[in-house]
Design a protein. Structure first.
Length: 149
């Protein structure tokens, strides 16, 4: 009797997992078109890393560099956060600024191609919530390094 009940529970659990797993494998896409400025000029020394926080672990989707005219254009799949690393206004060559941007869910679409792009112009000399300065000190990456006075 106990084995029969356990078998039914396993069967119901298996059906539930199979039915819900289809949603896990659907395609999602996001499109980003960002133009970077540093003190009014196009700025290309920007590296962007796209993360997906929908997965149990932070999943790196990809890493991209801005073009010569300061533009970043890509699309991928997800719940996207974009981390930007730049040296706009930075005098210490061993330091860079990290900014993160959450891309709103309205720009995440079902399917392989986004219908609308998240477009922005970012002035890198400005301060942003969550901005972080990181430097290499004694061969190690140190975060939250204060800005010089």
């Amino acid at each position: 009797m106990t084995i029969k009940i356990i078998s039914y529970i396993i069967l119901l659990f298996s059906i539930f997992i199979l039915a819900s797993s289809r949603a896990w494998f659907r395609y999602q896409s996001v499109g980003v078109d960002i133009h970077f400025k540093c003190f009014g000029k196009n700025f290309s020394d920007v590296r962007a890393v796209l993360y997906d926080y929908m997965t149990p672990f932070w999943n790196t989707i990809g890493s991209f560099n801005a073009s010569e005219d300061g533009e970043l254009y890509f699309y991928g799949k997800l719940d996207p956060y974009l981390y930007l690393y730049h040296r706009c206004g930075e005098k210490d060559p061993m330091c860079q600024t990290e900014i993160y941007i959450h891309i709103p869910k309205k720009y995440v679409y079902s399917g392989r191609t986004p219908k609308e792009m998240f477009k922005a112009q970012i002035n890198l000399e400005n301060s942003y919530i969550g901005q972080n300065r990181q430097c290499i000190r004694n061969g190690k990456l140190v975060k939250n390094v204060p800005y010089p006075k």
